[in-house]
Ligand binder design. Sequence first.
Ligand code: GLN
Ligand code: ZN
Length: 759
Amino acid sequence: MRTAVIGYPRVGKDRELKFASEKYFKNEISENELKDTAKRLRRENLDLQKANGIDFISVNDFSLYDNMLDVAVLFNVIPDRYRELSLSETDTFFAMARGYQGEKGNVKALAMKKWFNTNYHYIVPEIDDNTEIKLVGTKPFDEFKEAFEHAENLKVSIIGPFTFLKLAKYTGDKNISDFEQVLAKEYVAYLSKLGENGVKWAEFDEPYLVRDLTLDDIKLFERLYRVILAGKGNIKVLLQTYFGDVRDIYNLLTQLDFDAIGLDFIEGKKSLELVKKNGFPADKLLFAGVVNGKNIWKNNYGKSLEIIRKLREIAGNDNIVVNTSCSLLHVPYTLESEHKISDEYKKHFAFAKEKLSELKDIAELADEKDIKKASASEKFVANAELFKNRVDSVDEKVRERVSNIKESDYERSPEFKEREKIQKDKLKLPLFPTTTIGSFPQTIDVRRNRQDYRKGNISKEQYIAFNKEKIKKCIEFQEEIGLDVLVHGEYERNDMVEYFGEHLAGYVFTEKAWVQSYGTRCVKPPIIWGDVSRKSPITVEWSKYAKSCSSKPMKGMLTGPVTILNWSFPREDISIKESILQLALAIRDEVLDLEKAGIEIIQIDEAALREKLPLRKSDWYSEYLDFAIPAFRLVHSGVKPETQIHTHMCYSEFTDIIPVIDAMDADVITFEASRSDLQILDSLKENNFKTEVGPGVYDIHSPRVPSVQEIVDALGKMRSRIDDSKLWVNPDCGLKTRGIPETKESLINLVKAAKTVRG
Ligand code: GLN
Ligand code: ZN
């Protein structure tokens, strides 16, 4: 039985690509040096997969920033404003990814969105009426040639035309139908160029197929692939899907002339049923995604083998390839970098590298014809043992508290309108109050202070004194420029989830388990190991100190339960509903302690609320919203009417769940809007949104400084859809990844803009 990997992480096990890119952006290294690092990382990935005997290794899964952006550039989908900068190829690419502000011009970055139900963000290609789709790039061919020098069993992967067209943004009058034919033709050109280079297998990733598809979608897919498959020549084509099942299009997929189809048996609830019911053609390979590309728990060999044996009966013995369920991009590099986790815990985990050996194990076990013998093998028995019990994972007290939650614990009173009035009378904020999302730049000294404390180089007192000084300065600055609702800057936090996790029982932490979130940004999701509870107050001392530095309202900052769960590696032994409720109770305790300490405004970030929204609408409520939203209310329902509850969400992609967002019953919500064209405003108006709102007035994911006029204009647009009495003015996310100079300038402009509009 053969094995395959959809994609491998690419930032490097020590985040080499991140650091090299950042140096390149600062002109500290040359383009060649950056590319050398990239090449080295690709080589390491290749060697590792080769050493593990992977039979289908992906090429072109690498990217200097993002694979959607790669496809856009490959096919010449480069908006004029970036071309007009006349930068080098590489710098044009980065200008699209990050914006550009310099001698040659001033342009914003392309929009960025979450990649399906993951915390990875892709760059949204922008297609306008002038776009001339044409195969102009060489990246996949170059990377193939490079890899082919060292390995033969390669497949060249690329995001397919259907997903590309569905996720792109159309800014002119033309739409998908105007571009589908030429794109299909250019993908044919791409295939023949692969052929010229001696490529045997081409993989097209079409994750969009796991969403609810309309008849038009299905027809579009069919038209695209009829053209592409007719022009495939000698190349074999693997259609790869992931993040769910393809129930709307399974039969068509099996009829088309693909040489292999990749299905996800982890998130694809119906994948097995589809194959069983409809069969699988004998002339195709089935790439069976049984090794979870999104979570870090050891594979359950018993379960995987059961799936594979069934598939073999249907698809034929030699036609199954053991695969990852999606790209391994979403898991960390290797457990070998973890020295602090004890073996008792560690033996339950598998990161990317360890998953390679799981693929191999599963293939070997599956090849053992005698099932009894396979089940008695050392490998199998040791693996089965892992799923019998785990130390420290159950806490009876937590279980009891969850089971005692009453319906009324999910409701805050009095109702919103009444609270709004009480809070306005009490806080006396000006019209269009200004605030920030919480964090201020995490400069080197801030990080060093934390590291030094962690390593024991400085005492707790020294650590605290440093942060207090930072907080004081940060507050002075906010007062100086005239912000209305202040924050302490979150200097004590490495990351908005890890920080809370560290103060909760039930968590396990990693040292180097970085996962790419976007471009050069990585996150280190903690692991929910067992039942969760708060060990002691978490943020209260910092918030109290900050409050003592100013007479202006000070926001206390927390991360909400849904986000903590979504940005952790979740348990697989209890439901996510159960986990969210445990987390909600823990954060509820913190909210009430902050209120007791005199904090009048408390922000509970739900940055990632949208993330785990099931990809199919039919599952939205029953499998997620029906418990995620009440869990959020459970966190804040205990506060007094005059305590103002804020929430913050990254990315305004919730046009379709606005009533649900309102039902979180926060008093104020801030969210990202600037990088997605303020589209959401219309829907807020249509839905009669009650919660006060601060749609971010500028993009913090780029170092570009917005002018006062730009912000005034943005506010103008907002005012036409949002009542003046409900509009807040703020950046669109936390400032921690930014430098100090641009942060200061931007916030000064933000306050000026608010004052201009008030005037
Ligand atoms: N309060 C957090 C911060 O400012 C929110 C971050 C986020 O939304 N991703 O960093
Ligand atoms: Zn945010």
